[in-house]
Write a protein that binds this ligand. Structure first.
Ligand code: HAM
Length: 420
C-alpha cells in the first residue's frame, strides 16, 4: 500500500517538550502575541478558511502573484469556485460588509492558517499561520502609530535581534497615478531589457516593478524616479514622525522603494525584515488600504492592518525560556491512591502560574524522573506509599544541582508551591 504523507509545504506542529523546537516556539509565539493584542484592546474576529474565489481576485488584484499563481482554488460539488484564503484582510472586510458594520470603527485581530501554492523553501510554506490586525474606520494618523507601537511591543517581547522595520508611503490616488506615469516613462526605453513578468507588471501596475527580483531590472531601477518626490509634505512628515518616535525602540528605515505584493494598499506601508531569515526575509507586513471596503461593495472605510508570518517570526526567536515554572507530579502508590490526585488538584488551584504535569504512565521512579528531566521540569513532587501514610511529600529540584531534595509535610508543600 502507498504511504500517505503530509502535502508538500505543509507542516505538522507538535509540542514535544523541547522549548527550542519550531513547534514549541510557534505555540508560545501565538500565546504571547494574543496577550499583546488584548493589551491594546483589540477584539478577535474569526472568518472561514474557505471563501468565494472572487473575493481574492477582486481584493488582491489580478497582477498579484497571490491571485495569478498561488491561490488554492477549486470547484465544489455545486461547481462554485471556492478558495482557501491566502490572507486574512479580504475575509475580514467581507465579513464586516456582510454584517453591515462598515460604517463603524473596529480594532480587530485574528490568527489562523493561510494557504498559498508557492514553491516551498526555507521560511516559505504552502500552509502557514498569520497573526493579523485590522484597524477599520480611522483615517491616516493615530492608527499608523498604534500599529507601529504594537509591532515594537511584539519585537521587544521576544527580544528579536538583527531586525528592522522598513516604512514607506505610496501617496494618495493622485500622487500614485503621477508617480506610476513617471516610472512608466522612465522604463519605456528599457522595455527590451525587462523580462515578461516585469513587462506585465509595467502594463498593469507599474509600482509592482519596484518589487522585481530580476537583477537587470534592479540595476535599472537605481536611477528611476523616487516616489519621495511625488508625496505630499504630510506623508513625508508622517514617515519622519514614526521614525523619530519609535526609532529608538526598534530600528526603523524609510525606504521609498518599498511596495507590497497585494494591490489594495494606498498610503503608509511597511515590512519587518530580518537578515537571519535568508531569501524570505520579511516576517511581517502591512499598510493602509482605504479603498478595499468600497471596492468589495461596502462603504468608504479607511483602514490599516498588518500580518505576522508566525513560522518566520518563531524561527527568529533565540534562547526561548518559558514564562511559567514546570513541576512534575509523581505518585508511586501501587493502588493509585485517589488522594494524591486531590493534592495535585489543590496545588493547581493555589498557584495558577505553575504548570503541574501529573505523570499518568505507570513505571518505576527512575523512569518517571527520566521523563521529568526530559520535559525540562524545574521540580518534581513525589508521593509514594510511605509519604502518603505519613502525610508528607518529597520535593526534588531538577535544575539547581546545589539544592538537595527535601521531605515536607503536605501543608509545607502547599506553602512552597504558592511561592514558586
Ligand atoms: P503578506 O505580506 O502577503 O501580507 O503576508 C504577511 C506575512 O505572512 C509575510 O510577511 C510573511 O511573514 C508571511 N507569509 C506570507 N507568505 C508566506 C508563506 N508562503 N510561507 C510562510 N509565511 C508566509 C498579507 O497577507 C496582508 N493581509 C497583511 C495585511 C493585513 N495588510 C493589511 N492588513
Amino acid at each position: 500500500m502507498d504511504k500517505i504523507q503530509s502535502l508538500t509545504g505543509m507542516l505538522d506542529l507538535y509540542e514535544d517538550g523541547d522549548n527550542n523546537s519550531l513547534s514549541s516556539k510557534i505555540f508560545e509565539t501565538e500565546r504571547r502575541i494574543k496577550k499583546i493584542f488584548s493589551s491594546y484592546q483589540l477584539s478577535e474576529i474569526r472568518t472561514p478558511a474557505l471563501e468565494d474565489t472572487n473575493l481574492f481576485k477582486r481584493s488582491a488584484g489580478d497582477v498579484s502573484d497571490i491571485v495569478n499563481k498561488e491561490i488554492y482554488s477549486f470547484n465544489d460539488r455545486n461547481d462554485k469556485s471556492i478558495a482557501l484564503r491566502p490572507e486574512g484582510t479580504a475575509s475580514v472586510i467581507r465579513s464586516i460588509i456582510e454584517k453591515k458594520l462598515d460604517q463603524s470603527t473596529h480594532k480587530l485581530w485574528y490568527m489562523g492558517p493561510m494557504w498559498r501554492y508557492e514553491r516551498p523553501q526555507k521560511g516559505r510554506y504552502r500552509q502557514f499561520y498569520q497573526a493579523g490586525i485590522e484597524i477599520l474606520g480611522y483615517k491616516e494618523g493615530s492608527p499608523e502609530f498604534e500599529i507601529i507601537s504594537i509591532i515594537c511591543s511584539i519585537i521587544k517581547e521576544f527580544n528579536l535581534q538583527d531586525c528592522y522595520i522598513k516604512i514607506n508611503h505610496l501617496g494618495n490616488q493622485e500622487n500614485k497615478e503621477e508617480y506610476c506615469k513617471a516610472l512608466t516613462d522612465y522604463l519605456e526605453p528599457f522595455k527590451d531589457k525587462l523580462d515578461s513578468k516585469d513587462l506585465d507588471r509595467l502594463a498593469r501596475n507599474p509600482l509592482r516593478v519596484l518589487d522585481s527580483k530580476n537583477e537587470e531590472t534592479k540595476l535599472l531601477l537605481k536611477d528611476a524616479p523616487s516616489i519621495k518626490n511625488f508625496l505630499e509634505p504630510s506623508a513625508l512628515q508622517l514617515l519622519d514622525d514614526i521614525k523619530n518616535q519609535f526609532g529608538d525602540i526598534c530600528f526603523i528605515e524609510i525606504d521609498h522603494s518599498l511596495v507590497r505584493g497585494l494591490d489594495y494598499y494606498s498610503g503608509f506601508v511597511f515590512e519587518a525584515i530580518s537578515s537571519n531569515l535568508g531569501a524570505q526575509d520579511s516576517f511581517l507586513g502591512g499598510g493602509r488600504y482605504d479603498h478595499l471596503c468600497s471596492k468589495l461593495g461596502g462603504k468608504n472605510l479607511p483602514s490599516i492592518g498588518m500580518a505576522i508570518g508566525i513560522e518566520r517570526f518563531a524561527s527568529l526567536i533565540q534562547d526561548f525560556t518559558m514564562p511559567n515554572k514546570l513541576v512534575s507530579f509523581i505518585t508511586l502508590t501501587s493502588n493509585l491512591e485517589p488522594k494524591t490526585y486531590k493534592i495535585a488538584h489543590q496545588l493547581r488551584s493555589i498557584n495558577k502560574n505553575v504548570i503541574l504535569d501529573t505523570e499518568l504512565a505507570e513505571g518505576s521512579l527512575k523512569a518517571k524522573l527520566r521523563r521529568a528531566n526530559k520535559n525540562n521540569s524545574d521540580f518534581v513532587i513525589i508521593i509514594g506509599e510511605e509519604e502518603l501514610a505519613a502525610g508528607t511529600a518529597v520535593i526534588k529540584p531538577l535544575k539547581d544541582e546545589q539544592e538537595e531534595q527535601k521531605i515536607v509535610s503536605i501543608e509545607e508543600l502547599f506553602s512552597f508551591y504558592k511561592t514558586i
